[in-house]
Ligand binder design. Sequence first.
Ligand SMILES: *Cc1c(COP(=O)(O)O)cnc(C)c1O
Length: 427
Amino acid sequence: MDKKKTFVTLEQLQEIDKTYPTPYHLYDEQGIIDNVLRLKEAFSWNKGYREYFAIKATPNPFILKILKEYGCGVDCASMTELMMGHALDYKPQEMMFSSNDTPIEEFQYANKVGAIINLDDITHIEVLERALGGSLPDTISCRYNPGGYFKLGTSVMDNPGDAKYGMTHEQIIEAFKILKSKGVKHFGIHSFLASNTVTNEYYPTLAKILFELAVELFEKTGADIRFINLSGGIGIPYKPEQKANDIAVIGENVHRVYDEVLTPLGMNDIAIYTELGRYMLGPFGCLVTKAINEKHIHKEYIGVDACAVHLMRPAIYKAYHHITVAGKEDEPCDHVYDVVGSLCENNDKFAVDRELPKIDMGDYLIIHDTGAHGFSMGYNYNGKLKSAELLLKKDGSVQMIRRAETPKDYFATFDFCDIFDKLNGET
Ligand SMILES: *Cc1c(COP(=O)(O)O)cnc(C)c1O
C-alpha cells in the first residue's frame, strides 16, 4: 500500500509533548503556504481571481492570517464567522457571505461589515430589502442549483436535486430581473454541486455550467456580471491509494472553458472566485493523539486520548482518515485494530479493522488530513473538552494558536447560576 507522508516526526512530537499534552490538532504553515501559492498560480490567468477561504473549515484567526497574507479573502456562513472576518480587518470585497436559511440579523451584520451577500434563495430578496431598510447593496450574488444529478461522464458525483441550497434555473433568471429593477448594479453567480471531488474534472465541468448560465443571464436580463464563484468542493486524497488533484491542470481547464464560452462574447473581464476549504487546509493538519489503553475482546482495540469530539468525520460519515504510528513508519502493518476514543458511543472509532504496526501504550498516533472540517466540527458530548490547536511554523518552532478547553469553559454557560460559583472555585 502507498504510504502517506506526515509533516512531523516522532522527535518533534516528543519535544512538543514537553509543553503541550495530547490530543491536539497540529497545522503545517509551510504546507499551507506552498499550497496557496500553487492555487494562485493556477488561476493567475484570471485578472480578478480570488480565493475566499471557507472559514467553517478551519475557523482559527492565526490560520486565516496566513492565508490573508497571500491575498485570500474569507467566505462566512454565520454571525460569528462574519465577526471573525471583520475583526481580522478584511476589506469589504474580501468577505463573502454564503449563507442559507439566513437569520435577518446576519444579513444586517454582513451588510454592515461590507461582505458580498450571496443570496441562497429568491425569497431572500425581499427579506434582505426589509432587513436593510428598503435598499439593496450595489453588488449581489445569487446561488444556483440546477437540480437533478451532477455527473462527470457517467459517474454520479452528487445529487443537487436533493440539496437545500440555491435557486432553480427559472428562479435565478427571475431573481436577476428583480434585483436589477431594484437598482442592484453588479452581479455574481455561485454554485456548489459536489463535495470532496478527487478528480480534475469537477471545476471545469461546473465552470462550463456557470459560464453558460452567465451568458444566458446577460442575454435575458442585461445584468453586469462581475464574478463567477466556483465555491468549494475540490477534494483531497484521504486514502493512500487515491491520486491527488492537480490544481494547475484544474486552473488550465477552467481557463480553456472560459476562453470557449465567455471570451468570444467579450465577457472576458469576469473574475473567478473560489471558496475552497478542504483543499486549502485538509492535508496540512493532523490530530495527534496517544495510545492510552488496549483491550482484547472480540476484536483488538487501541484506546487513544482523543475521541470523536476532536474529529467527527469518521463517526458521522464513516470517513477514512489515514493513521501513522509515529516512529513506526517502516514497520510492517501486521496487526489489525479498531482505534477508538472514550465516548459512550460505538461510532467513536477513528479506524475499524485497520492494519497497523504493533501499537504500544504511549505511542503517538498521527491521524491525517484533519486540517479542514476537523477541529471545527467538534462538540462537547460526554462533557469532553475540545483540544488545543498548534501551528508548526516555517522555522520549525511550535505556536499554540488555540488553547485547549478547560472545565471552566465547559461550565461557562451556567454563569448565571450558583453551580458556576461552586465549580468556578475548583476549576
Ligand atoms: C462548506 C462550504 C465551502 C467549502 O467547502 P469545501 O468542501 O471545504 O471546499 C465553500 N462554500 C460554501 C458555501 C460552503 O458551504
